[in-house]
Design a protein around this ligand. Structure first.
Ligand SMILES: [Zn+2]
Ligand SMILES: [Zn+2]
Ligand SMILES: [Zn+2]
Length: 68
């Protein structure tokens, strides 16, 4: 897979960076990802888009939050 970063030889990741806005952290779909810096990722989504059950959604949908 080639992208604009590949051709420019910049350090980057082809995984999708999943940001958890309510928790202030991020994770990557590529298990070999070494750095979660946003600038290394062409694809950035927030966790609510990927997984509606993420704990972060507790703030957005308090009525659905499980007591845990
Ligand atoms: Zn690339
Ligand atoms: Zn989340
Ligand atoms: Zn990554």
């Amino acid at each position: 897979m080639e992208c604009a970063f590949c051709t420019s030889k910049l350090d980057h990741c082809h995984g999708t960076l999943v940001v958890h806005p309510d928790h202030g952290f991020a994770e990557c779909t590529d298990p070999s990802c070494t750095d979660l810096d946003r600038v290394r990722h062409g694809l950035i989504i927030d966790c609510h888009t990927l997984d509606a059950d993420c704990a972060c959604t507790g703030a957005a949908k308090p009525l659905l939050r499980q007591a845990s």
